[in-house]
Design a protein around this ligand. Sequence first.
Ligand SMILES: NC(=O)c1ccc[n+]([C@@H]2O[C@H](COP(=O)([O-])OP(=O)(O)OC[C@H]3O[C@@H](n4cnc5c(N)ncnc54)[C@H](O)[C@@H]3O)[C@@H](O)[C@H]2O)c1
Length: 259
Amino acid sequence: MSLKEKVAVITGAGSGIGKAIALKFAEQGAKVVIAEINEKNGADTEKEIKEKGFTAEFIKADVSSSDSVKSLIYQTVDTYGTVDILVNNAGLEYFTTIEETTEEQWDRTMNINLKGVFLGTKFVLPIMREKGKGNIINIASVTGLSAWPGLGIYSASKGGVVLLTKATAAENGKYGIRVNSICPGIIQTPLFEEQYIGATENPEAVQEELFKQSPLKTFGDPADIADAAVYLAGNQSRFVTGHSLVVDGGLTSFVGELI
Ligand SMILES: NC(=O)c1ccc[n+]([C@@H]2O[C@H](COP(=O)([O-])OP(=O)(O)OC[C@H]3O[C@@H](n4cnc5c(N)ncnc54)[C@H](O)[C@@H]3O)[C@@H](O)[C@H]2O)c1
């Protein structure tokens, strides 16, 4: 139990990667706060974790709202006394070219994916600094390191997350606070399955094409990202900060088949 008695807030924990992280952290002994905008999914995740005999609390939160994030952190401190780990995971994406992206899509992407990370970090840092320790994990993306046509705005937001992670790590290492990001490749979550591959005319052909770009010829599972998060949250990674941990089946290491 590498996270025994740790208090962990995970945003967007009602689905996909965030939910897998919440489950795995709870299995590792953490008391988890499921910070989620979708009330049903948040409450269901809390129930699922409690039924396994672990500790969890759903708090409704919108990561793009300053008041909501502040209240999330205060409510967590009221309930559990502190925050040891914050996972800024909530995010969304629009599959659209840069010229077709609307200003509304740009604002929504930046407000949730990038400002959401900033707000969570801003309100949790004073608590962690006072304790002289803390751990922040930001869920970025491989598209924050290199670009995929049709995901330009999303890439820009995730590139921001990668650099915000490094800046936060640089400013807060002296207070005993570690800050890292995870850059997932293609992970089978509702976001990917319903909004991307499931929305294409021929999902099987798309899958085959995507496998050609990936050395391991498979998609990732949310639990793969949760395992990486457990590593970054625990003491095994005590000398790791400012890092972007790529978990992508080799996608970003591969320039394509030699023709
Ligand atoms: N699935 C992938 O292939 C993949 C790859 C790289 C990065 N990511 C990133 O991983 C993270 C999780 O993605 P996922 O695939 O699990 O998606 P998902 O859609 O399954 O889950 C995202 C969760 O975030 C919640 N959310 C959205 N807006 C919110 C807000 N304003 N406040 C609070 N919660 C909010 C949603 O309700 C949902 O429960 C995202 O940041 C995403 O960009 C996913």
